[in-house]
Ligand binder design. Structure first.
Ligand code: UDP
Length: 241
């Protein structure tokens, strides 16, 4: 299946891809490589909204598992996403790409708050808008933040760049016979609990008919390949024909 003609996309990157080869944190050299991928996508003429996770620094669930209050740990996770957003902003600006960071947790000295109309204006001017801090509430993840911003900003698709090249019927790391779906419906993702995004994020995309494209961001040049229909990916949509 090829993607429909798109003008605006939301690109979601998992925090873990910012680690590069490290076990934790941010590898600035690798962030610069990722920024080149984002720039290449923008250079195809698309307007780009960007959401970056925080899993390379802190995940609320991990904190809660170690005895922290879950909501408190989630706020720490949200702050981690702001750090990643700033790292990506810096890398994109090194490449001459204008960006603005908008955070769902207000942080006036550091970035703008999320203001939809202002984000629209940035996109019209050719800037990339990086949405940080997810939905701004605990018990959510940046996948839900990505789905929410994709709906709010009327994006034509949500592109999820991660470490695997799509959605499989079983874990490809554990099962050599795991099969990758070319397309799969939202309801199958939800019913079979295919671990790709949170159920709330998938449901929000389903309700707003936003296709989700899952692909590997680790492979150089892949975003542009995926956008041109030549890449390896899984598309989540109800139009699976
Ligand atoms: N988080 C949150 N609400 C949000 C978005 C994120 O509480 O709307 C917290 C949550 O603790 C999460 C962490 O921020 O674990 C980092 O985000 P996420 O796990 O989505 O990052 P990713 O897995 O994409 O790197």
């Amino acid at each position: 299946m090829t993607l429909p003609k798109m003008n605006r996309v939301l690109l979601k990157l998992s925090g873990e891809v910012l680690m590069g080869g490290q076990q934790f944190g941010i590898d600035p050299a690798f962030v610069l490589e990722l920024a080149k991928e984002v720039k290449a996508a923008k250079d195809t003429g698309l307007q780009i909204c960007l959401v970056i996770g925080g899993g390379n620094i802190f995940r609320g669930m991990a904190g809660a598992a170690q005895g922290m209050d879950r909501a408190q740990a989630d706020y720490m996770g949200m702050l981690a996403t702001v750090m990643n957003a700033l790292a990506m902003q810096s890398a994109l600006e090194q490449l001459g790409v204008e960006t603005r960071v908008q955070s769902a947790v207000q942080m006036d000295q550091v970035c703008e708050p999320v203001i939809r109309r202002r984000a629209e204006r940035h996109l019209e001017k050719g800037r990339i808008v990086i949405f940080a801090a997810g939905v701004g509430a605990p018990y959510f993840t940046t996948d839900s933040g990505a789905a929410l911003r994709a709906a709010e900003m009327k994006c034509d698709a949500l592109l999820k760049g991660t470490s695997v090249d799509g959605i499989y019927d079983s874990d490809p790391k554990k099962n050599a016979d795991a099969k990758r779906y070319e397309t799969v419906s939202y309801s199958k993702v939800l019913a079979d609990d295919l671990k790709v995004m949170d159920a709330s994020a998938v449901a929000l995309c389903r309700d707003n008919e936003i296709p989700i494209v899952v692909f590997s961001i680790r492979e150089k040049g892949n975003v542009v390949k995926v956008l041109s229909g030549e890449g390896t990916q899984t598309i989540v949509t109800d139009h699976t024909a």
